[in-house]
Design a protein around this ligand. Structure first.
Ligand code: ASP
Length: 590
């Protein structure tokens, strides 16, 4: 192990077994106790904790120094390691059977008063403060554990890909816009005033160019940048496991990803059931109301449209007459003890999510309990619900009903305790539409990105009916989170031009923006495809965390700020002038 013997001969945990020897240790003062003469210190290094004992008579000099030590001082201590007496053994500690009888101590770094305790991890510290002092936060075992996991999982992923013949290739960070559907971060060019680099939203076009370059199998653990509004599972910069291969079909990439993910999970002591189930986008939307279904629980969306149309219930009938649907979910056991008031709460919740309303019913031994029970003949049988179950129905336009029921499904699963927290439920979602209509802009948008290939059978008729074309894309969803997505790409330059046209990029503009790609496709491009996995999200799941910030060493807050360095920051006027940029002062808020 690297390290100078001037500071230490062993790590804390590595010292176990050296009983009877003189050893030197280095680390932080974790805990400090003065027991009427004897000073006890728990010394912490990355390996763990070890107890030091300072005797006033045996080592008066060291004892004098030790009495003045404070939490988080950095010291190097020499002494003899000895076994603890059986009544003082601490079974909770890897080093609990030994202690160091300190003979000399050198203070290597003093700590001033701390903004929050490092040693007591039960003390809740606000995230802003933790991030401002991230280096103190990193000293806590949970954060260290996350970084250790990150390193081990990254290594397992690299090894798996290298073993499969993949080459890690770096791609530029200063580049031009890559359309992944987010806003770009821009960097002004000093040498060409008025021109800007964009930070890559992904290395999508470069990895395709690598395929044209004959690399055949590429991967990269790569930082990507997207200027989006942030959530718990998003950061402005994040890491992808980016993969691309030539002469492949979707099955090849899916098989490879199953291998990579299994290796990553094994590193965390977890097992993923393979092969992963597959589901079409249409089925996911219909049965789960989302293209990211959490399959740790069933709660499938069911259709009650036909019966609803004959129910005599004006609201349901009107929804059907207007071309909408009546769909619902059955929540096992959730009806027990559900009051009228609780039911009203469910209605309000659905309305907040954008539904016109919600019909709820509780199945009882002798029928349904619901404010509108008289209209719901046969509902329990039709939906396969039994006594104690709660039924929630939404009557609306199909897209609204889907979205609302998709959201309610997740919320109810959490609220009514239906989630098997230890389970892993991966699923491939396939057969996405190639494009989706953007109502606001009056044009089609790519559902993935504009380089995604349509299914072969849809390629010909692309221009005639773009909305009906399906793509050769695949998303990998785990426990309701999209942890990756990819596709077979368009490698025919003419088809690429037509595909861009579908999303409103006319050939001239295509040449201007993507001329370099089109040129490459015209110079001998192999069929190729790939995928990118979100490493941070994956680690968040593996670490059992609820935010990706917990698995990133130096993350940003929800406003994109870094409380530690206080980035983003203003820069000097001269610096802007040099870049040919003028900063617009933020509008005053009075
Ligand atoms: N570039 C895509 C993304 O970042 C992934 C892919 O298609 O390989 O989502």
């Amino acid at each position: 192990m690297i390290g100078s013997r001037r500071y230490r001969t062993h790590t804390a945990v590595g010292a176990v077994g050296a009983e009877g020897e003189t050893v030197r240790l280095a680390g932080w003062v974790h805990r400090w106790r003065d027991h009427g003469g004897l000073v006890f210190i728990d010394l912490r290094d990355r390996s763990g904790l070890i107890q030091l004992v300072f005797h006033p008579e045996r080592s008066p000099d060291a004892h004098r120094v030790a009495r003045r030590l404070r939490a988080e001082d950095v010291v190097s201590v020499e002494g003899s390691l000895r076994a603890r007496s059986s009544d003082t053994v601490n079974p909770d500690l890897a080093t609990g059977a030994v202690e160091l009888d300190a003979e000399s101590v050198e203070v290597l770094g003093k700590s001033e008063a701390l903004p929050f305790p490092v040693e007591d991890e039960t003390v809740e510290v606000g995230e802003e403060l933790r991030l401002a002092y991230r280096y103190l936060d990193l000293r806590r075992s949970e954060r260290l554990g996350a970084l250790e996991l990150r390193s081990a999982v990254s290594r397992a992923i690299r090894t798996t890909l290298e073993d499969e013949g993949f080459l890690e290739v770096e791609t530029p960070v200063l580049t031009r816009s890559t359309p992944e559907g987010a806003r770009d971060f821009l960097v002004p060019s000093r040498l060409q005033p008025g021109a800007f680099y964009a930070l890559p939203q992904s290395p999508q076009l470069f990895k395709q160019l690598l395929m044209v370059g004959g690399i055949e199998r590429y991967y990269q653990l790569v930082r990507c940048f997207r200027d989006e509004d942030l959530r718990a599972d998003r950061q402005p910069e994040f890491t992808q496991v980016d993969i691309e291969a030539s002469f492949v079909e979707p099955d090849d990439i899916m098989g490879l990803v199953e291998l990579v993910l299994s290796a990553a999970f094994a590193e965390a002591g977890e097992r993923l059931p393979t092969p992963f189930p597959r589901m079409s986008y249409a089925d996911a939307m219909r049965d789960y109301g989302t293209d990211r279904p959490d399959l740790r629980y069933d709660l499938r969306v069911r259709n009650w449209s036909e019966a609803a149309a004959r129910s005599g219930f004006a609201i349901l009938e009107a929804a059907i007459a207007a071309g909408g649907v009546v769909r619902g979910i059955v929540v096992p056991g959730a009806g027990e003890g559900l009051s009228r008031k609780d039911g009203d709460g469910l209605v309000a919740e659905a309305q907040e999510l954008g539904a016109k309303g919600l019909v709820w019913a509780v199945v009882e031994e002798d029928g349904l309990r619901s404010p509108v029970a008289r209209f719901l003949d046969g509902l329990a049988d039709d939906l396969g619900a039994g006594p104690g179950d709660l039924i929630a129905l939404v009557a609306d336009a199909e897209d609204i009903a889907q979205r609302v029921l998709g959201a309610l499904r997740t919320r109810y699963a959490e609220r009514f305790g239906l989630i098997d927290e230890g389970a892993w439920a991966p699923v491939w979602v396939l057969d996405f539409p190639l494009v989706a209509w953007n109502e606001d802009e009056g044009r089609f948008d790519s559902l993935h990105h504009p380089f995604t290939a349509p299914r072969q059978e849809d390629a010909e008729a692309l221009a005639a009916d773009p909305g009906a074309a399906l793509s050769q894309a695949y998303d990998i969803v785990l426990n309701g989170l999209e942890i990756g997505g990819g596709s077979i790409r368009i490698h025919d330059p003419e088809l690429q031009v037509r595909a861009l046209q579908v999303i409103g990029i006319e050939p001239d503009e295509a040449e201007e923006k993507f001329g370099f790609l089109l040129r490459a496709l015209r110079l001998g491009a192999p069929p190729h495809g790939g995928i990118a996995l979100g490493l941070d999200r994956l680690l968040m799941l593996l670490a059992g965390e609820r935010s990706i910030r917990e698995v990133i060493a130096f993350p940003k807050t929800a406003t994109g700020a870094d409380p530690l360095t206080e980035a983003p920051a203003r820069v000097a006027e001269a610096q802007l002038r040099e870049l040919g940029v003028r900063a617009q002062p933020a509008p005053r808020v009075d």
